[in-house]
Design a protein around this ligand. Structure first.
Ligand code: CAA
Length: 241
């Protein structure tokens, strides 16, 4: 019997919080990582009873310390959800190196950091589930998101390659590419732009965090024995390329 201990990065707000709640409801012991918003994290922890851990997922050493703390408190991690992500949206001709590095660091290097610290033990135990949160904009591109689209597309490649390696060792690695979900990240898009975006979603509205959480739950559950290296699009039909 494998442990049911799940770690979700960026787990205290938005899609991550929805994923934590769904995993908890399904009987997992959950740890939620977050970056710096202590107030939101404490409120989340008070509401859910889920322990919260602050570290910077873009920084390898911080990840190492954070993962050690989680394992010491809860035990071996059997489910990793790489969800932490930021935007620094701006047109490419105005994008400074800092806006590139910040997004690549938090959204893509974070996946290397966390997988590199957790995947080897999963491999040794012969069981593990990793879900990486990509984006519809990895597939479609988006105005103002050269950095974000590149990072989220990188996640799809990382997922495929790591899934290839993990397959024979019982570690299934998948990605989810959410479309526009009703979160703070989407709330800050200028209203006129947001209306144009919603008009492009075939179902005609934003998704909810529970739409993404349900897909995560399936991928990490024992119901999934054969899906690996794939990307599930949870995007209201925004599949045109
Ligand atoms: N869709 C359609 N049109 C868009 C657009 C979009 N996503 N983004 C910008 N435009 C249009 C604007 O409406 C504007 O058109 P007009 O000249 O006809 O008025 C033109 O492009 C220039 O845009 P701005 O005037 O807004 O230019 P700016 O320099 O002030 O800002 C911007 C540019 C920062 C890219 C801003 O438009 C913006 O924030 N756009 C949204 C980008 C976006 O979609 N981000 C996704 C965030 S959510 C997320 O990332 C989660 C996920 O995975 C899906």
């Amino acid at each position: 019997m494998t442990s049911k201990i799940a770690l979700v990065t960026g787990g205290t707000r938005g899609i991550g919080a929805g994923i934590c709640a769904a995993l908890q409801a399904a009987g997992y012991t959950v740890a939620a990582n977050y970056a710096t918003n202590h107030e939101a994290a404490q409120a989340f922890s008070k509401d859910t009873g889920i322990p919260v851990y602050s570290w910077d997922v873009a920084d390898y050493r911080s990840c190492q310390e954070g993962v050690e703390r989680v394992i010491k408190d809860l035990g071996d991690i059997s489910v990793l959800v790489n969800n932490a992500g930021i935007t620094r949206d701006m047109m490419f001709h105005k994008m400074p190196p800092e806006a590139w590095s910040a997004v690549i660091g938090t959204n893509l290097t974070s996946c290397y950091n966390m997988c590199s610290l957790i995947y080897p033990a999963m491999r040794e135990r012969g069981h593990g589930r990793i879900v990486n949160i990509s984006s519809v904009n990895a597939q479609l591109g988006q105005l103002g998101q050269v950095n974000y689209s590149a990072a989220k597309a990188g996640i799809i490649g990382l997922t495929r390659a790591l899934a290839f390696e993990g397959a024979a060792k019982g570690v299934l690695v998948n990605a989810i590419a959410p479309g526009y979900i009703n979160t703070d990240m989407v709330a800050v898009i200028p209203d006129a732009v947001k209306q144009k975006i919603i008009a492009q979603i075939p179902v005609g509205h934003l998704g909810e965090v529970s739409d993404v959480a349900r897909a995560v739950l399936f991928l990490v559950s024992d119901d999934n024995q054969f899906l690996t290296g794939t990307t599930i699009n949870v995007n209201g039909g925004q599949n045109r390329v």
